[in-house]
Write a protein that binds this ligand. Structure first.
Ligand SMILES: *[C@@H]1O[C@H](CO)[C@@H](O)[C@H](O)[C@H]1NC(C)=O
Ligand SMILES: *[C@@H]1O[C@H](CO)[C@@H](O)[C@H](O)[C@H]1NC(C)=O
Ligand SMILES: *[C@@H]1O[C@H](CO)[C@@H](O)[C@H](O)[C@H]1NC(C)=O
Ligand SMILES: *[C@@H]1O[C@H](CO)[C@@H](O)[C@H](O)[C@H]1NC(C)=O
Ligand SMILES: *[C@@H]1O[C@H](CO)[C@@H](O)[C@H](O)[C@H]1NC(C)=O
Ligand SMILES: *[C@@H]1O[C@H](CO)[C@@H](O)[C@H](O)[C@H]1NC(C)=O
Ligand SMILES: *[C@@H]1O[C@H](CO)[C@@H](O)[C@H](O)[C@H]1NC(C)=O
Length: 678
C-alpha cells in the first residue's frame, strides 16, 4: 500500500540510514551494541577496543602508534568547486600517563588521505607523519593535537597544549589546554590528568572558520578555546578518512576514547558523558569518601589495613628506587630487562668502548626493538644524583640529529643508559682506515653524504646551544660520537656524559675532559667548556670529514702531521684541493668543499673570540655558498710554533694532558705527536 504511513516511515528511515552512512555517525562506546555504537572502526597498529567498549589507542609501552578511523572515506569537498564542506564533531577522551605529571605523547583528531598513514613515526610525530614529510603540502593531513610533551623542534608552547596541525606538527594556532566556564572565566585543564575531557571541532566552510572547544563536562562552553580563520579546501582532498591517531615516546601514556559523534554539513549530535563507558579503574576519591563515611568503621578498618600494607610496600620499595629517581624524566628500565636484552652483557654483544664505559647491543624483550646499552661505572653517589638530574633533562632533548635516549637504569655503582641502536655505527669507522683492528673495509662515504653529515651535526649543535630551553654544551664532539642510522643520517651521541666525568673527579685535579685533537686550546687553561669549545671540536670534525684524516696523523709526512696546520698551509697557498680525501677522486662538489674547508679552519681558530657562532656555522653550511663565508684572515700566528700564549704549545700540551685520560693507543699517539712536534 503506497499510501500507508508505514511505507513512508520505512522510506524515510531508509533514506535517513543511507545518508547517515555517508555523513553522520555516533559512537556511544565502541563495542558494537545496538545503541548507535559500532565495532566497525578501522583499527591500526596497537589500537584496540576493550570489552567495556572503550577504544584504547595506545598502552603504556614506549614508542607505540595507535590509529582508529571511521571505516569509510567521507566526501569532504564539493568535487566540482573544490570547496571544503562544513563539519562538526565531538569526542570524549582521557590520557592516563605512566608516571603522573609526565605525559607521553598525545592524541590527535585526524583527517587524512589514508587510514594507515604509512611511514608515520611515534613520539613527537604523533603517528601522523615523519621527519622528512613534516610541513610538506602533499601530506593532506589536518589534525587537532592534544599534546602532553613539549617539543622544541615544533615550537610547542608547553607540555599541555592543544594545537591545529595543517600538514605539519608545528601547530598554528595553539594554546595551553583550558576551557571557559559558564561565567565566561577561563579555567586550566590538565590533558594528562586521567579524567574524561570532551572536545568539539567545528568547521564553517562558508566563513572558513575553525573552532576548537574543550570541557571536562558534557555541556559545550559557548566560547571556544581556539577560533580562527583557515581555508581547509586546499588541505583536504575530495574524499578523506576521519579518525584519531595517538603515540607514545620515551615516556608513555594510555590514550582512551569513549565516544565520538560526527556530522558533515551540520551540527553533530551531542554526547552525554554519563552514558559513555568510563575508565577501567576510576579513581573517584569522592565515591570512596562517601562510602567510607556512610558505611561504618568496618570499612575504615579495611582502609587502615590497606594503607598499612601500602606503607610497608612503599618502605620496602623505597630502598630500591628512591623517590628522586622516580622524578627523573625518561623511562627507568628494570635491570633484569636490560640483562635479558643484552644476554647478560655478553662479550659477543659488545659494540665498543665509549669514553665512559662499554656499549652493548641489545634487543628489548617484548617489543624486539634494538637498542644500544651503555654501562657507566660510577662510585660517587652525589655524582650519580646530579647526573640523573641531567639525564632527566637530556631525556627531553629531541632532535633528528641527536641519538635518542630511551631510558636508564641504575644498579649499585653502575648506571645504564639505553639509546636507539644505530645500525651503521660511528662515523670514524667510515672516515679512517684502521687496518690494525682487522675490521671489514667500509665503503667510502660520498661527498653528498659527508656534507649532509656535517650539516646534520651542525644543526644538532645549534639545537643544544641555542634552541633548547637551556644551553647544553656537548663537550665531546668527535667522529666516534657521530653515529649513523640506516640511511647514513648523522646522530650526535654522548652529550652530558663528559660532565659526569667532571662530577666524579676530585675538584683539585679537575681538568678539561674531551678527546685528543678536539680540545680547544683555552679549555686546557681554563678547564671551562663553552659553546665555543664545542665549535672548535666541530671545526676539527669538519676537516676530518673533508680530508678523511685524523686530527693528528702519525703516519703522515712531518709537515702533514697536524691536520689543521696542513690544511691552513694548503689553503693559503691556493692548493686546497690537495687536502680533499683522495678516495673521492674528482667526485665532489668544489663549492661545498671550499665552504667546508673555510668553516673548518674558522672554527679551529685557537682564539675562542675569533671563532664563528654555532648559528653562523649552520647558516654557511646550509647555504653552501663559498662567497658568503667571510674571507679567512690568514693562518693565525699562534699556529706558528712560538712564544705566543695559548697557541700551538698549548695545543700540543693539551694532547699530553688529555693523553692521561684516554685509552693507551691514543696516548701513545699523543706522545708520539708531541715528540715529533716539539
Ligand atoms: C559503522 O557502524 C555504525 C553504527 O553501527 C553505522 O552507523 C555506520 O553506518 C557503519 N559504517 C560503515 C561504513 O559500515
Ligand atoms: C602494549 O601493546 C603492545 C602491542 O600491542 C604489546 O606488545 C604490549 O605487551 C602492551 N603492553 C602492555 C603493558 O599492555
Ligand atoms: C557543488 O557545487 C556546485 C556549484 O556550486 C553545486 O551546484 C552542487 O550542488 C554542489 N554539490 C554538493 C554535493 O554540494
Ligand atoms: C615518510 O612518510 C612518507 C609517506 O607520508 C613515506 O613515503 C616516506 O617513505 C617516509 N619516509 C621515511 C624516512 O620513513
Ligand atoms: C613533498 O613530498 C613529495 C612526495 O612525497 C616529494 O616529491 C616532494 O619533494 C616533497 N617536498 C618537499 C619540499 O620535501
Ligand atoms: C566559532 O566561534 C565563534 C566565536 O565564538 C562563533 O561566532 C562562531 O559561530 C563559531 N563557529 C562555528 C562553526 O562553530
Ligand atoms: C647501513 O645500515 C643498513 C641498514 O641496517 C645496512 O643495510 C647497510 O648494509 C649498512 N651499510 C654499511 C656500509 O654498513
Amino acid at each position: 500500500m503506497p499510501n500507508s504511513p508505514i511505507f513512508f516511515t520505512l522510506l524515510l528511515s531508509l533514506f535517513l540510514s543511507a545518508s547517515a552512512q555517508q555523513d553522520e555517525f555516533v559512537y556511544i562506546g565502541f563495542s558494537g551494541d545496538a545503541d548507535g555504537g559500532g565495532s566497525n572502526m578501522s583499527l591500526n597498529d596497537v589500537a584496540e577496543i576493550e570489552n567495556s567498549g572503550i577504544l584504547r589507542l595506545t598502552n603504556e609501552t614506549s614508542r607505540l602508534i595507535g590509529h582508529a578511523f571511521y571505516p569509510a572515506a567521507l566526501r569532504f569537498r564539493n568535487a566540482t568547486t573544490g570547496v571544503a564542506f562544513s563539519f562538526s564533531t565531538t569526542f570524549a577522551f582521557a590520557i592516563v600517563p605512566e608516571y603522573p605529571k609526565l605525559g607521553g605523547h598525545g592524541l590527535a583528531f585526524t583527517i587524512a588521505p589514508t587510514k594507515e598513514l604509512p611511514g608515520a613515526l611515534p613520539s613527537q610525530y604523533l603517528g601522523l607523519m615523519n621527519a622528512s614529510d613534516v610541513g610538506n603540502a602533499t601530506n593532506h593531513v589536518f589534525a587537532v593535537e592534544f599534546d602532553t610533551v613539549q617539543d622544541f623542534e615544533f615550537d610547542d608552547v608547553n607540555d599541555n597544549h592543544v594545537g591545529v596541525d595543517v600538514n605539519s606538527l608545528v601547530s598554528y594556532p595553539t594554546a595551553s589546554a583550558a576551557y571557559y566556564g559558564n561565567d565566561g572565566v577561563k579555567k586550566d585543564l590538565n590533558l594528562k590528568g586521567g579524567y574524561t575531557i570532551q572536545a568539539w571541532v567545528d568547521y564553517d566552510g562558508a566563513e572558513k572558520v575553525l573552532n576548537v572547544t574543550l570541557s571536562p563536562f558534557s555541556t559545550k562552553p559557548s566560547t571556544p578555546l581556539l577560533s580562527f580563520q583557515v581555508d581547509l579546501s586546499p588541505v583536504l582532498l575530495d574524499d578523506m578518512f576521519v579518525g584519531f591517531s595517538a603515540s607514545t615516546g620515551l615516556l608513555a601514556s594510555t590514550h582512551y576514547l569513549f565516544g565520538w559523534s560526527f556530522k558533515m554539513k551540520g551540527a553533530c549530535r551531542s554526547l552525554e558523558l554519563s552514558s559513555l563507558p568510563s575508565l577501567p579503574q576510576p579513581k573517584k576519591k569522592n565515591v570512596t569518601l562517601t562510602v567510607a563515611i556512610s558505611v561504618t568503621t568496618f570499612v575504615l578498618l579495611i582502609a587502615a589495613a590497606a594503607a598499612t600494607a601500602y606503607l610497608f610496600y612503599w618502605i620496602k620499595n623505597a630502598d630500591v628506587i628512591e623517590a628522586w629517581e622516580l622524578n627523573c624524566g625518561p623511562h627507568r628500565f628494570a635491570y633484569e630487562e636490560l640483562k635479558r636484552a643484552t644476554e647478560g652483557f655478553r662479550d659477543q654483544q659488545l659494540l665498543g668502548f665509549g669514553g665512559f664505559g662499554k656499549v652493548y647491543k641489545g634487543t628489548l624483550p617484548g617489543s624486539r626493538v634494538e637498542v644500544a646499552v651503555k654501562r657507566v661505572s660510577h662510585e660517587s653517589r652525589q655524582g650519580i644524583r646530579e647526573f640523573l638530574a641531567e639525564i632527566a633533562s637530556v631525556g627531553r632533548l629531541r632532535h633528528r640529529n641527536l641519538v635518542q635516549l630511551r631510558g636508564w637504569c641504575r644498579r649499585r655503582g653502575d648506571l645504564f643508559l639505553v639509546y636507539d641502536y644505530m645500525p651503521n655505527g660511528s662515523l670514524d669507522k667510515f672516515l679512517f682506515r684502521d687496518d690494525s683492528l682487522g675490521q671489514r673495509p667500509r665503503p667510502v662515504l660520498s661527498w653528498p653524504q659527508r656534507f649532509r653529515i656535517l650539516r646534520g651535526v651542525a644543526s644538532a649543535l645549534l639545537y643544544l646551544h641555542e634552541e633548547w630551553e637551556h644551553v647544553v654544551i656537548h663537550r665531546d664532539v668527535k667522529a666516534s660520537n657521530v653515529l649513523l642510522d640506516a640511511e647514513f643520517n648523522p646522530r650526535l651521541g654522548d652529550f652530558g656524559l663528559a660532565k659526569l666525568h667532571d662530577h666524579g673527579a676530585n675538584p683539585s685535579t679537575t681538568r678539561a675532559v674531551g678527546t685528543l685533537g678536539y680540545l680547544a686550546p683555552e679549555l686546557t687553561r681554563t678547564g671551562k667548556a663553552t659553546t665555543s669549545s664545542d665549535v672548535y671540536a666541530f671545526g676539527t670534525l669538519v676537516l676530518e670529514v673533508v680530508c678523511g684524516r685524523r686530527p693528528v696523523e702519525p703516519k703522515a709526512l712531518p709537515e702533514e702531521l697536524v691536520l689543521v696546520d696542513w690544511v691552513w698551509e694548503r689553503w693559503t697557498s691556493g692548493r686546497w684541493a690537495d687536502v680533499v680525501d683522495h678516495r673521492l677522486g674528482d667526485d665532489y662538489d668544489r663549492e661545498e668543499a671550499v665552504v667546508a674547508i673555510k668553516v673548518g679552519l674558522w672554527c679551529s681558530h685557537p682564539s675562542a673570540a675569533a671563532r664563528p657562532g654555532t648559528r653562523e656555522v649552520v647558516r654557511y653550511l646550509d647555504r653552501g655558498d663559498a662567497a658568503e663565508v667571510p674571507p679567512l684572515a690568514g693562518p693565525p700566528e699562534e699556529y706558528d710554533a712560538g712564544e705566543s700564549n695559548g697557541g700551538f704549545d698549548d695545543f700540543v700540551h693539551s694532547y699530553l694532558a688529555s693523553s692521561e685520560k684516554i685509552s693507551k693507543g691514543s696516548a701513545a699517539l699523543g706522545q708520539e705527536a708531541s715528540r715529533t712536534c716539539v
